[in-house]
Design a protein around this ligand. Structure first.
Ligand code: TMP
Length: 253
């Protein structure tokens, strides 16, 4: 078979570009250095971020696969490029929280850092213009975004991802505070875990940090959101630890 080649640009998001390829139903994703927060109201270029998120995400998708959790990820195509199954992204952001942070603390009286006895699943409508609003189950149904079986399957997968990621990151002395997943549908209608899993989409705290209560433990996009500096350095630390799990991500063939 001919080697896989990216062809025309299919979609450009805030952090990634998606290209069609010379194979049907297979697309190539390029990770960008662009950083955005607060629904793209805050923007910057962070040199090296794309490569870091690409490698972290590829390694985490492979680690999940080893735990029996499949995704759109097929392999890599050189630095910064991931080959994935083509899916139509469902505009629902699936957030799993182990500890209170971010919007949960802005919208409720829960104190930041409070451990959540059972991980909380929140669904948001993915729409920057609307500010990614929190969905109720009734609104989810009203909008017809997911069939009932898909809604349940998404929760099952998100909780399985949480258990697996929590465990593997804990071994690297990283605490998984919360994370966001996105799902898509393949051309045959199959529900598939998609997007990326990186410090852009997870809150990661350095469990090995001596200053347990300080901001120095933050190893994720909150460094950018809160203007703490050292964003690329923190992502680099996450990659360094994740590299400790095993060999380089596989090449797509
Ligand atoms: P939140 O506390 O702002 O709702 O974020 C929860 C988690 O979801 C956090 O790990 C960051 C991630 N996230 C995204 O990946 N994209 C987004 O657009 C938002 C709002 C959050």
């Amino acid at each position: 078979m001919n080697p896989l080649q990216p062809a025309e640009l299919l979609h450009e998001g805030k952090a990634k570009k998606v290209f069609l390829t010379n194979r049907p139903d297979v697309v190539a994703v390029q990770f960008k250095d662009d950083a955005t927060a607060f629904n793209a109201q805050k923007k910057a270029q962070l040199s090296g971020k794309g490569l870091l998120n690409w490698e972290i995400s590829a390694r985490l998708f492979e680690a999940l696969e080893a735990e029996g959790i499949s995704s759109h990820y097929l392999g890599c195509l050189g630095p910064g490029w991931m080959v994935v199954q083509q899916v139509e992204i469902i505009p629902v952001e699936v957030v799993l929280r182990n500890r209170a942070a971010g919007s949960l603390c802005r919208q409720t009286p829960i104190t930041p850092g409070t451990p959540l006895e059972s991980p909380l699943l929140d669904l948001y409508y993915k729409d920057d213009d609307l500010g990614d609003p929190l969905l109720t189950e009734a609104r989810l149904e009203l909008l017809g975004l997911l069939r009932k079986e898909e809604r349940d399957e998404i929760e099952r997968i998100a909780r399985a991802v949480n258990s697996a990621l929590q465990k593997l990151l804990a071994a690297l002395k990283i605490e998984l505070v919360d994370f966001k997943l996105e799902f898509g549908r393949s051309p045959s209608g199959e529900l598939i875990l998609a997007d990326e899993i990186s410090p852009d989409t997870c809150r990661l705290w350095d469990a090995g940090s001596a200053e347990a209560e300080s901001e120095s433990r933050i190893l994720d996009k909150d460094r950018f959101r809160k203007d703490l500096g050292g964003v690329v350095e923190a992502y680099g630390e996450v990659l360094k630890r994740v590299q400790g799990m095993g060999s380089a991500p596989r090449q797509y063939r």
